[in-house]
Each structure stands twice: as structure tokens, then as C-alpha cells.
Design a protein around this ligand. Structure first.
Ligand code: GLN
Length: 260
């Protein structure tokens, strides 16, 4: 190699090494240190997902996730601040540091794992398909082809619906709105999480029902933090494990499923 080429290569290497060092930023604080220093843990959610999160009469976000997050903050000795936003805004908010943790009945999946880290799983869910009562035209996954399907935007139900051949997907801000579209005949089916759907059916389900023969794989909820924030995740996991082991999560599910 000619010496001037070596020179350029050496300079490039040096620049790259400096860049890497800056990127790793020895001075950057971990999310846990930051939370403790500020005395506030910022929880990002979308409060349209009972029994995990919904608003009570006083406008506070309550539910299973709210109680888990309160415990996490308490253990860390900090205040809990909730940021209630559109469901599909949560990943960007986590990435930018606007929130420290996503707690939103949030399913761990491959795509999300590329962007963030997930805690211990604390709930098993499934997607279900809901149709108008008496509609016998949708009995299998095949029958969903070329249909109008309502979902909550950015959810795992949205991902499933988007994969259906010829389906026209109507993306709503909440599952409740998707169900209203179903009742009004604007969509043929809704794909959404089983537990929230159970809750919706209890409260407004006289004329809509789950198609029993359409079954999707199990999925699991976890809390999500920014990639690499293992200290914060350890704190969260310790609280979750305790709440799973002592049956608190089960109790909370019963408590918040009964409300509504
Ligand atoms: N479990 C679903 C998901 O993670 C829906 C969650 C929600 O609507 N809050 O995409």
C-alpha cells in the first residue's frame, strides 16, 4: 500500500475510534441513575386498554399496569408520572427519552425486541376475532380474506390484520372505537386482545361476539425499556416477580376486570 493511502487509512481509523468512544459516551447516565436523580419514573401508556389501563371518573389512569408501575416507583423511592398517549407513539417516546418505560398491555414480539428490551412476562394473551352476532360468514381465518377489519393502530391485532390477503384494515385509536365501527357495519370484524375484548363485550357486547374457532398464537405482556437499560429492567423485574409469585397480579386482574 502506498504510504499516502496508509496515512488516509490511519486517519479514518482514528476518526472512527473517536466516533465510537463518543457514541458509547462514558458520561451518559443510565436510565436508572437518571430516574433516581430526578426522583421521577415516567410511565408511557395508552389508557384505552382495560383492565390494564383506563381512566377513572377523576381522570386518573388506573388498572393492572398502573398498580404495577406504582409498585415499581415505590420500590425505587421515586414518584410515578404517567404519560398517556396514542398507542403507536409509545416506541418513539421511549427511544427519545420522553418516557422511561412502556406499560401498556404490551406484547413482546420480534420487531419490538429489535428496538427495546422487555421485562419478565406477566400476562398471557391472545388475539381474538369479533363479529356481529349471527354473522356466519366469518368462521375461519380464510374467511377474513378481502374483508374490512378494524384494529387499534400499532397493535399486534393490526399486525395480524395487515397480513391477511386482500383485507382492508381500518386503524382506530382504540379497540372500543373499532368495536363501534363493527356494530355500525363499517367493518366486518375486529381483531384485538382477548382480555380487553372480554371487558368490552361485558360492557357493550350485546350484539357482537368472539368467533370461537379462530385461534391465534399465545402472546405475552411485558414492560419495555430502552435497549441496554439493564439496571432499570432489573428493578422492574424484581417487582414483577414478587407480584407474580405472591398472586398480586391475579388479584389485580380480578379487581379491574370486575369494574366497568
Ligand atoms: N397487546 C397488544 C400490543 O401490544 C395491544 C396493546 C394495547 O392496545 N394497549 O400490541
Amino acid at each position: 500500500m502506498k504510504s499516502w493511502k496508509k496515512g488516509i487509512a490511519a486517519v479514518l481509523c482514528a476518526v472512527m475510534v473517536m466516533g465510537l468512544a463518543a457514541g458509547c459516551g462514558g458520561s451518559e447516565k443510565s436510565a436508572l441513575d437518571q430516574v433516581k436523580e430526578e426522583g421521577v419514573l415516567v410511565w408511557g401508556t395508552n389508557s384505552e386498554f382495560p383492565p390494564f389501563e383506563s381512566k377513572n371518573g377523576a381522570g386518573e389512569v388506573v388498572g393492572v399496569d398502573a398498580e404495577i408501575m406504582a409498585k415499581v416507583a415505590e420500590k425505587m423511592g421515586v414518584k410515578l408520572q404517567v404519560e398517556d398517549m396514542d398507542f403507536d407513539s409509545l416506541p418513539a417516546a421511549l427511544q427519545s427519552g420522553k418516557i422511561d418505560v412502556i406499560g401498556a398491555g404490551y406484547t413482546e414480539d420480534e420487531e419490538r425486541l429489535k428496538q427495546m428490551d422487555f421485562s419478565t412476562k406477566y400476562f398471557k394473551a391472545k388475539q381474538v376475532v369479533v363479529v356481529r352476532k349471527g354473522d356466519t360468514s366469518i368462521k375461519s381465518k380464510d374467511d377474513l380474506k378481502n374483508k374490512k377489519i378494524g384494529v387499534q393502530v400499532g397493535t399486534t391485532g393490526d399486525i395480524e390484520a395487515t397480513e391477511i390477503e386482500g383485507a382492508e384494515v381500518s386503524r382506530n385509536a382504540s379497540m372500543l372505537l373499532a368495536c363501534q365501527d363493527l356494530k355500525n357495519g363499517q367493518v366486518d370484524a375486529v381483531i384485538a386482545d382477548s382480555e380487553t375484548m372480554k371487558y368490552i363485550l361485558q360492557n357493550m357486547g350485546e350484539d357482537i361476539e368472539v368467533v370461537q374457532d379462530i385461534v391465534y398464537d399465545d402472546e405475552y405482556y411485558g414492560l419495555a425499556v430502552k435497549k441496554g437499560e439493564s439496571e432499570l429492567l432489573d428493578e422492574i423485574n424484581a417487582v414483577l416477580q414478587e407480584m407474580i409469585d405472591n398472586g398480586e397480579i391475579d388479584q389485580l386482574l380480578i379487581k379491574y376486570s370486575a369494574q366497568g
